[in-house]
Design a protein around this ligand. Structure first.
Ligand code: NAD
Ligand SMILES: O=C(O)C(=O)C[C@@H](O)[C@H](O)[C@H](O)COP(=O)(O)O
Ligand code: ZN
Length: 368
């Protein structure tokens, strides 16, 4: 087992990574608990595979459990999902000192984290991520949220987990499409500031998606270490450091809004297309070489990930698409910071470009 730490002073927490950990989770969770009781929240797909192994491991430590199984999919990260979950937690008699376990992908992690930030003004939670996306990104860093009509993750809180337990073998039951979506967030770490890691992705991405366990372990450990460093440096996204993790997301969130936060376009797929658009927008504005933008597009396309508006299934006017971006949480003084790039692994934040410029660019991409 490998252990990393997210260094946040009194709120620091460990990330445990190890094959088969879900079946041994009790021994790691037991020392955290103030009373031998926990509540597990998951979705129906994950419950089928992992609720019993996880529950059994907790029971072996004499921890009593109850569980709540939500409907799978992005639609659960909603007011309705939040209402159901918070009512259930209160009905279960959750206490501020308790630790709720979020067992699942980013939808469950974001929803449970947010519920735990507000129930009784805050209780603890543990992330047990079971998708590649959640193992490399969403389980770490404490961004929690639900989606609302106006946009993605617009209601939420920063609420750090008490521990993250990653069992990479859970990815063996994950559908290929979901694995690909999570892979987009892996590639993101290369594109942010690590050209060598992007080259590693080009060489190993196909193997990873075919189930190679060595490539899978390297991708998870490398990504999560990068995320832990960024979060430790800028927990609340106030210094243009954490904002880099939003590479591809300003475009991507707009694509998700247009496709109704549905399985028409998964979050990671939207990020894949969004990262290509961010590179193409950078190239179109003379910030990076066209070849770099093509390299990003070609890598994602080679793995069947969306890499254009058309392949993301979006065909609307640039102004309409850009309008979604106006709600971005990073907007300051009416200006939208975009994560752009000077080349592979050279991303940066700028608010130099207005939405009209973005809209015109997107119109061009629609026609392309
Ligand atoms: N908080 C953050 O920092 C952060 C970062 C990235 C993404 N996100 C959010 O994460 C969400 C997307 O998360 P996701 O991609 O994990 O999707 P998800 O949680 O919807 O899971 C994807 C699908 O896989 C199923 N599943 C999960 N684990 C499985 C397993 N091991 N075996 C079989 N099926 C399994 C789920 O039931 C679901 O149908 C989005 O809402 C996004 O905004 C948050
Ligand atoms: O942890 C972060 O910071 C990220 O930006 C990670 C993203 O992959 C993730 O999708 C996040 O939820 C987006 O953040 P948001 O603030 O734009 O909602
Ligand atoms: Zn993301």
């Amino acid at each position: 087992m490998e252990t990393l730490t997210v260094e946040l002073g009194a709120r620091s927490y460990p990330i445990l990574i190890g094959d088969g950990l879900i079946r041994k989770i009790g021994e790691h969770v037991a020392p955290l608990l103030k009373r031998p009781r926990t509540m597990i929240v998951t979705d129906a797909h994950v419950a089928d595979h992992y609720l019993i192994p996880l529950g059994t491991s907790l029971a072996m430590e004499n921890i009593s459990i109850s569980s709540f199984v939500l409907e799978p999919g992005e639609g659960t990260k909603s007011w309705a999902g939040l209402a159901r979950l918070t009512e259930w937690l209160i009905g279960e008699g959750v206490e501020r000192g308790d630790h709720v376990i979020a067992l699942g992908g980013g939808v469950i992690g974001d929803l449970v984290g947010f519920a735990c930030s507000i129930v009784k003004r805050g209780c603890n939670f543990i992330q047990v991520p079971t998708t590649l996306l959640a193992q490399v990104d969403s389980s770490v860093g404490g961004k929690t949220a639900i989606n609302v009509r106006a946009g993605k993750n617009l209601i939420g809180a920063f609420h750090q987990p008490a521990m993250v337990v990653i069992d990479p073998t859970t990815l063996e039951t994950l559908p290929r499409r979901e694995l690909g979506a999570g892979y987009a967030e892996v590639v993101k770490y290369g594109l942010i500031d690590d050209a060598d890691f992007f080259a590693w992705c080009e060489a190993n991405g196909a193997a990873l998606l075919a189930g190679d366990s060595v490539a899978r372990h390297k991708a998870i450990a490398h990504s999560v270490a990068a995320k832990a460093r960024i979060v430790a440096a800028d927990e609340r996204e106030t210094q243009d450091i954490r904002a880099l993790l939003n590479l591809g997301h300003s475009f991507g969130h707009a694509l998700e809004a247009e496709t109704g936060y549905s399985d028409r376009l998964l979050h990671g797929e939207a990020v894949a297309a969004g990262m290509v658009l961010a590179h193409q927008f950078s190239a179109a504005n003379g910030l990076c070489r066209t070849e770099d933008a093509m390299r990003v597009r070609d890598h994602l396309a080679s793995l069947d990930l969306p890499h254009s508006l058309a392949s993301a299934g979006v065909n609307i006017g640039g102004a309409e698409l850009a309008a979604h971006m106006a709600h971005d949480k990073k907007v300051r003084g009416g200006k939208l910071p975009l994560i752009l790039t000077r080349g592979i692994g050279q991303s940066f934040v700028t608010d130099k470009f207005g939405l009209d410029r973005v809209a015109a660019f997107l119109d061009g991409q629609r026609a392309a």
